[in-house]
Design a protein around this ligand. Structure first.
Ligand SMILES: [Cu+2]
Length: 478
């Protein structure tokens, strides 16, 4: 039985957030418990299926690409010998759209579920009517078009539900898709490409004996099965060369502190908003719900025949720490490299407006609040003006219960200024759209809204918190 005390313990471990690429990481790691009955390294990784645009061979005559995404229940095998009913896009655990800056994408989305759905492109710079506002739900049995302009920097984004009340469950039951946007700047860099550019979607889950998924919001620490691209703790056969690994954490609540082998160096190259200013060698990589972190791993340092395990150093007590295993099975030529500089972060200007967001849990009501209030769809919390730089302070006051929170902003990426007054770690020096704030700490960031007006959301991306009120609504004005 997991209690709030365990949560506090976990919170204490993850308190190293601000020092992710510094010391203290080794102290936080624990050996794998192996306590889970789930298979470990028994199934191969499934590579995320890259979707093809409608109308043939990759290119639509109209200057944009059209994709069809249908979310529907499917009975699939996740744990060997059992069947699990999941809610999936196109029957896949995380199908991927690969898009290019300057070439819009239109998604024809059908909701074949029995519940509403409001598809949101997380990280997307899109007009309000295509942002998946919680009130803008696609009812069961209906379809609509989403327009994604792709006028933003290359980055790893993802699609998930944002419908009011159903989003946490829809995401938990598997309805996620990847959206990888590239651009000329990124394409010119000699980073690993093609089959050596691998998106991995990490999440936790709890399965009943019969294979069905169990979802109780309050049991978020009792989801001991880790899935990677929909497979439980898989193995992945790799060549002895460099790979670009794009991690997205699609969990409702779980954070990972990922370690490779014995803390072998990974080269952190990108976060939510794309490439970092410079690569950051790190022995551990922290990834919270909805965040994206990308690393280059050079498997050529391991002899062919090696098996290298990726573990979660902050697995809960009694859980297996293993996430997946890389099996180095062959050699391969490797023309790729990681340049010493990647992509400077844009100058967002000097702030002219300051705002504060106090994140807190109210034990009396069980609600999670921003500035003392739960979400109210009828309320506009503030109105940022286009072109004006703002400084946001996010303060987590939940020291009593030790509850971490995050803040995710729709529409724009931001740049972290400091954490408790200290400059961010180099791994946080790029553009972000989701930041985690540990209890008793604060984060400040600069943000500037540009060319879309209308209503957009901001919220904690621990989905149980968001569900229990930790969300607000801003209206961007011209
Ligand atoms: Cu929260």
């Amino acid at each position: 039985m997991l209690t709030r005390r365990h949560l506090i313990k976990a919170g204490a471990v993850t308190g190293l957030l601000a020092a992710t690429s510094g010391a203290g990481v080794a102290a936080a790691s624990r050996p794998g418990g192996g306590a889970s009955a789930d298979p470990v390294f028994a199934v191969p990784l499934k590579r995320a299926k890259v979707l093809r645009p409608l109308g043939g061979h990759g290119r639509h005559g109209a200057g944009y690409d059209v994709y069809r995404l249908t979310v529907r229940e499917h009975d699939v095998t996740v744990l060997p010998g059992t069947t699990t009913r999941m809610r999936l896009f196109n029957g896949e655990p995380a199908p991927v759209i690969r898009a290019t800056r300057g070439r819009p994408v239109v998604v024809q989305q059908t909701n074949a579920l029995g519940v509403p759905f409001a598809m949101h492109l997380h990280g997307g710079h899109v007009p309000a009517r295509h942002d998946g506002h919680p009130a803008d739900q696609l009812l069961p049995g209906t379809e609509r078009l989403f327009h994604y302009p792709n006028e933003q920097r290359a980055s790893t984004m993802w699609l998930h539900d944002h419908s009011h009340h159903a989003h946490a469950e829809n995401t938990y039951f598997g309805a996620v898709a990847g959206y990888l946007l590239t651009d000329e700047f990124e394409e010119r860099l000699p980073l690993p490409k093609g089959r050596y550019d691998v998106p991995l979607y990490l999440r936790d889950a709890k399965f009943a004996e019969d294979g069905s998924l169990v979802h109780h919001m309050e049991d978020f620490m009792d989801r001991p099965t880790i899935l990677v691209n929909g497979r439980p703790r898989p193995y992945f056969e790799v060549a002895a060369r460099k790979y670009r690994i794009r991690l997205t954490n699609t969990s409702n609540e779980r954070a990972f502190l990922l370690r490779l082998g014995d803390g072998d160096t990974m080269t952190h190259i990108a976060s939510d908003g794309g490439l970092l200013p410079a690569p950051v060698p790190t022995p551990a990589l922290e990834i919270w719900p909805a965040e994206r972190q990308e690393v280059v791993v050079d498997f050529s340092r391991y002899p062919v025949g090696s098996q290298v395990v990726l573990t979660n150093a902050i697995a809960y007590p009694g859980e297996a720490a293993e996430v997946m295993r890389f099996d180095v099975v062959r050699t391969a030529p490797d023309p790729s490299s990681v340049p010493g500089t990647l992509r400077p972060a844009p100058d967002l200007g000097e702030p002219a407006v300051e705002r504060e967001f106090v994140m807190s849990f109210d034990p009396a009501t069980g609600q999670h609040l921003i500035n003392g209030r739960p979400f109210d769809p009828a309320r506009i919390d503030f109105r940022p003006r286009l072109g004006v730089t703002e400084l946001w302070t996010v303060r987590n006051t939940d020291t009593k219960f030790g509850i971490p929170h995050s803040l995710h902003t729709h529409l724009e990426h931001f740049r972290v200024v400091d954490r408790d007054g200290k400059a961010p770690a180099p791994g946080e020096a790029g553009l972000k759209d989701t930041v985690t704030v540990m209890p008793g700490t604060s984060v400040r960031f600069r943000i500037r809204f540009t060319d879309h007006t209308g209503k957009f959301m901001y919220h904690c991306h621990l989905l149980g918190h968001q569900m229990m009120g930790m969300m607000g609504q801003m209206e961007v004005v011209g």
